[in-house]
Design a protein. Sequence first.
Length: 696
Amino acid sequence: MMAQADAPGASLADLLVLAGHRAHLERERALGHIEALLDAAAQSGDAAPLAVVCDGARSLVAAAEWEQRLGGLRLARAVLQREAQPAFAADMIATCQRLLEDSEVRVRWAVGELLRTLCEQLGIRVWEETRECILQSIQINFERDATEPSGQLPGADIGSEVEDSGPNSSADFLSSLLQQSYRVERPGTGEMRHGTEGWKCLETSFRALQHMMEGCGEAFRPHLDAPLRELIYRALGHPNRFIREACHFIMGSVCKLLEGAELEALAPEIAGKLGLGLSDNWSQVRFAASTATRTFMQCAAAYRERVFPLLLPHMCLNRYYVAEGVRLYSQETWRIVMGDKGREEVAKCAPQVVAYYIEQSKANNHAVREAACACIAELMCKVDKTAVAPFVPRLLRALVMCFKDASWPVRDAACLACGRCVTAFPEESQEVLEELYGLWFAHLQDNIYSVREDSAVALGNAVRAYGDEAVQRVVPVVREMIMQAKQQPEDSKAYGSLENTTLFGVAAQRARANDPTLHTDKTMFSCGSLAPKLQRGGGCVDHGFARDKEPWEASDGAVYMLRELAAVAPAAVPEFLPALAELSRLQHFAHAAHLHETVWKQLPAIAEGLGKKVFKPFLDEFLDPLFRSLTCGNRLCEAAAGRCIGSLRDLIGPGIFAGRLSEQQRHLLESSPDVPPPGGRFAAPVTPNLVLTGRP
């Protein structure tokens, strides 16, 4: 029976065998024990264990099993980190060249790590000996083989060729056309070949190049000549995203090696290349480019203002990118590079920033379009108005197009952004104001509750900007919408509150489980995320919603609008309070509890906006439905009702409030766990438009 690495008294010979074990845990344990033995032998001056380990490593790297080759490379690295014996180092350099294109990717990764250690110990001569091998591997594998395993061209099918039959060949024209149009391609070949396959060892060879650059350090600088840089630049636009990612990490190493006058001379060239990665459709590539950009900015601190027009727009937008790693890293980079001068630098580069934001608002990736909307709003609201004013019409037109997007998060972001832009530039916004009103009113009854709420927030900003003129536009729409829930059929849409424009989430899973027709709908995914790839706006109001709007959703949107009006135009709200109380009594449709939840969440803000004196006469109309919701069985609605009761009690006064209640209601007030204790601070109106975030 084979000894285990953690067995007491395991011999060095046993540990060398276990270093090539098929189990990863056994290999790691054996390596740890061998490293401890080597350290103990070095302290005692015993050279015998080191020689035994070297022989064991030589044996393992020549083995047939990839686990053994991997273990041998790991052992060799452990040895060379302690003592670079010339003969053993020469053997390992030759081994790295032999295993550079090993069939197992983990072995190839280990080759790169070993090359780094060799360079750290022996210097630039390792690169000089392996340069031809590594560059040849990159150049040969840069373009994948277009032929199929059988040697045929992609799409060729044995027996599918249509032979020319002479004068009568025209009779077979239709058959020939059909065979060409409907030819069958095997998966993994021709046009059916995925973009991530077929590049063999190209990524790991580039990674090995990076390891050697960093291992050699300053000594590698003379070897980073124009041809090598061009090879790296070329790979930054490679069709395979993993290659692009690897080479953007290499760009960080390039910046460190060239720091000084040479980097200053190449700064515009390098900035342009990094900008491509910062705009890549894949989040992993964006992150790699973000790390290289931070390194570049730190190395070019003395003259980086000269390249701000090339990189600042990309850096600025990625602070709002949907992928959290990219977003947080970009925000930290912004603080490091800009300090407290970010707004001033953005104002200086306003033409480039505007052009880039508009370009990104048309990107195929809907997450990028969403980030562009947030950035446009930030640009208009936070940056010097004199610098931004000439570009406002273009920016607003870009937002209007995003307002018509097929992706609801993009519409949501554009909705809020338009409201903020109208507040910042009321005169310049007049050009698109009519169209914006139409979009805001349409989205006030959107399928998605957050879009309804944010449309109300945007309309509230319009009221702030245009005063009575906007109130006269909004109030008739609220009158029309608020009681539409009375026309709601009893069987309101199943899973209605869960649906969105995509085919994902709980609702879609439930629907697809019993709808075989949905299994034929193949959603295309956007690069870099699990969200669906949705098209940009097409110019109409119905942008591909999953279902028709329902009457109760219009009433729900009107409740949000009343909350906003209570904050900016309270005189327009009292006429709607009886209708609001009537909404809270509706029970005839399936989603009544969802509507009641919205009413109870927004009523405290409405009451505070109107003031105690104005709201108090309407209190009695809300008490019965409010306490009924406290025990309705829907936990979200019950919790909202409890918080509403506590807030209204604190606003009106505990004694006066209790005097309006029946005996049963007073008992519920005292016993319900959903009602907060008296004396708490009254809930302030919800105003998500006050803080611009990456995801509104």
